[in-house]
Design a protein around this ligand. Structure first.
Ligand code: PBG
Length: 319
């Protein structure tokens, strides 16, 4: 009877597995603030994708850790032909043409200031940043990424990207926009993984509050959703996920686009820490958490638990 009345289903096909790519060869390093997730070189990433696909996960989102000597004020390495992140995408799509590979479109991994936008005189320059994001997008589409993920929250970036992509013939490349991305305290382990936190300097804003959303705001997410949809987004994302289930629900009710959620590093780290302490049972708390994100209205979930969930699904350990 319980099965007959069940309302929500979550299968590995809904999940997106995050990958942190480093330039070196033969490297796999656990992220200390996010146990179970790794910075990996391309050879390990390829193995990880193969394993995940066997478990039924088809979608991957990849982030680069850029060496400091490649960082500058305007992120020029992001569209450099020799960029190892772009080359890795080409290789991944050659080996696994059937996977959906999602990129990160943002300046922060490439920026010596550690910001998603160009910084000048202590301010983030929205429109100049959009020009760079558009250029980065074309380079990523050319490298083979299927879906581009603008994670920067500049106004107008979806339109800038869509126009550049279309004009260069990349009409089939999709955009998964970080529509409602909040200036959250829960991105810590991710910034540790990529060494991408805003730099400490008097001339550089110390947080991302001038472009990421205020956690106090809800209606503003509707404005962001409207503009992203009008500019050509193919997916709308809410980030983080757990503290923002109301926002997921709101966007689902107000848009016919597929809704994605990013179950971010800090949210996963909290649960891992409690389980490591013996305070929670991972095999129960983890699936319940993912189910809640799905129940709120998501079609696609980015989570560091994707492989563990898929393994439990395969072993029929889920209720
Ligand atoms: C930045 C970006 C961030 C995350 C994804 N893309 C961090 C930030 O905005 O500072 C966070 C993801 C996570 O915490 O898991 N472009």
């Amino acid at each position: 009877m319980r099965a007959l009345a069940r309302e929500t289903h979550l299968s590995p096909g809904h999940l997106i597995h995050p990958l942190f790519l480093v330039r070196e060869d033969n490297k796999k390093e656990e992220i200390s603030s996010l146990p179970g997730s790794f910075r990996q070189s391309l050879d390990h990433v390829l193995r990880d994708i193969e394993e995940s696909m066997k478990l039924g996960i088809q979608s991957f989102i990849m982030f680069p850790k850029i060496p400091n000597e490649r960082k500058d004020k305007t992120g020029t390495y992001s569209y450099d032909e020799k960029n190892f992140y772009l080359r890795a995408a080409t290789k991944i799509k050659q080996e696994f043409p059937e996977c959906a590979l999602i990129s990160d479109v943002a300046l922060d991994p490439y920026s010596i200031d550690g910001h998603d936008g160009v910084v000048r005189n202590g301010r983030i320059l929205n429109d100049e940043t959009n020009d760079i994001l558009a250029r980065m997008s074309v380079a990523q589409a050319a490298a083979g990424f299927d879906i581009l993920g603008p994670s920067d929250m500049m106004d107008g970036r979806v339109r800038a990207m869509r126009e550049s992509l279309d004009s260069q013939g990349f009409t089939d490349t999709s955009i998964m926009s970080y529509t409602a991305k909040y200036a959250s305290a829960f991105y810590g382990p991710f910034r540790d993984a990529l060494d991408s936190a805003p730099v400490e300097d008097a001339d550089i804003p110390k947080d991302k509050k001038t472009y990421q959303m205020n956690p106090a705001n809800k209606r503003e997410a509707l404005i962001e959703a409207e503009t992203d949809a009008a500019e050509g987004a193919d997916f709308l994302m809410v980030k983080p996920a757990l503290n923002y289930l109301d926002i997921i629900h709101l966007l689902k009710a107000n848009s016919d686009l597929p809704i994605a959620a990013y179950h971010v590093s800090g949210e996963c780290a909290m649960l891992i820490a409690a389980c490591q302490n013996g305070w929670l049972d991972y095999k129960k708390a983890m699936p319940e958490t993912l189910l809640s994100i799905r129940r709120a209205g998501t079609d696609a979930i980015i989570t560091y638990f994707a492989k563990d969930y898929a393994r439990m699904y395969r072993e029929e350990e889920l209720e």
